[in-house]
Design a protein around this ligand. Structure first.
Ligand code: FES
Ligand SMILES: [Fe+2]
Length: 366
């Protein structure tokens, strides 16, 4: 959807003609599942979240289920997230007059009212599910989901360890996904932390499928120095894949020799057009003790996430000031344009039906 940013900035004359086109890479895909919080963060109290610009209340219903309703009491429009949940019945009571709502949004009781509550006093309910330690909500109310949430578990099999991390970015969903799957910025923005040093010729093989894009990188050397030696004393080559799955999942997979396997799956959630949350499930299997590795990697990961969040916020700020996006791309912008194309096709209901394996081969230095 092309959407104009409001701009009250007076632009210099030489900047006016090509600017203020008002384009923003936003596709609002409601008929998909999104992660709204971790299962651990959803306790006895209901919580307020925003999905696709819509305020929702998420709570634990009876029998271990989770529920999501529009965060607005139909009575006097107080946020239902201020209310409380009856643990036994899983019914949510509004904080103002105590109207009670079931996980399906039906009003089941009005304190003091003789007789049944009206069927019209209904709150829109969004399908919700707990899976892989995450709470998923379907972006469209009262519609039976056409799909299941993305399956994160089972990635690396036995002996692997998983951690879940949450980060926020002031950016469009598209910009956040592009950033998560963008190789060229890593040697520059994250210099010293990630890639860098001697450049190698790398081959990228791009494959496109009806619901995803995959890029395989060939020719990446083992990480230099001690790190590489500790991780993979037997040497071995690096295998690396980046993947995007509709509507909002960015996945990076690394294998180094036979002992090491890393899978980072970032479930991105469009809070609003320019605010994205990332729930990253990091799964790894290495010859090193998981506890030790977590301890060593965490500060680096935090720093990388901070650098990304900061640059994305600056990008959004600049786009806003100029009244819209105006991008140019080189051959190295491998993922972004494909992601955008799939998002647009999904929004228009015109997704391709055919797979296009190794659609494109690109060589570059990294
Ligand atoms: S506003 Fe919710 S019960 Fe009155
Ligand atoms: Fe980054």
């Amino acid at each position: 959807m092309d959407e104009a940013f409001d701009t009250d900035m007076d632009l210099p004359a030489h900047l006016t003609p090509p600017l203020a086109k008002g384009h923003l890479s936003v596709a609002r895909l409601a008929r998909y599942w999104y992660v709204v919080c971790t299962a651990r963060d959803l306790g006895k109290r209901p919580i307020a979240i925003t999905l696709l610009g819509t305020p929702l209340v998420v709570f634990r219903s009876a029998g271990g289920g989770v529920a999501a309703l529009l965060d607005r009491c139909p009575h006097r429009n107080v946020p239902l997230s201020l209310g409380s949940v009856d643990k036994r019945t899983g019914v949510l009571a509004c904080a103002y007059h105590g109207w009670r709502f079931g996980p399906d949004g039906r009003c089941v009781e009005v304190p003091g009212l003789i007789g049944e509550p009206s069927k019209a006093w209904q709150v829109p309910a969004y399908p919700a599910k707990e899976q892989d330690g995450l709470v998923w909500v379907y972006g469209s109310p009262d519609a039976p989901p056409a799909t299941e949430p993305f399956s994160v578990s089972g990635g690396l099999g036995s002996g692997s360890t998983s951690v879940i991390r949450e980060v926020e970015a002031e950016s469009t969903l598209h910009a956040a996904i592009e950033n998560a799957l963008d190789v060229p910025h890593t040697a520059f923005l994250h210099k010293g932390l990630f890639r860098g040093g001697k450049k190698n010729r790398i081959t990228a093989l791009v494959s496109r499928y009806p619901d995803r894009v995959e890029i395989e990188y060939q020719g990446e050397p083992r990480p230099p120095g001690v790190v590489g030696k500790i991780l993979s004393p037997s040497g071995g080559i690096v295998e690396h894949w980046d993947r995007f799955f509709l509507p909002s999942i960015a996945q990076v997979e690394y294998r180094l020799g036979s002992e090491n396997h890393f899978l980072v799956t970032s479930m991105c959630t469009p809070v609003s057009d320019t605010h994205t949350k990332l729930f990253a499930v990091v799964t790894f299997r290495t010859r090193l003790p998981a506890r030790w590795l977590k301890y060593v990697i965490e500060p680096f990961a935090q720093r990388i996430f901070r650098q990304d969040a900061e640059i994305l916020a600056q990008q959004t700020r600049t786009i806003r000031r100029f009244g819209g996006e105006q991008f140019v791309s080189s051959e190295l912008d491998l993922m972004g344009p494909h992601v955008w194309r799939l998002l647009k096709q999904a929004e228009q209901g015109s997704l391709p039906t055919e797979a296009q394996p190794v659609l494109k081969k690109v060589e570059f230095l990294a």
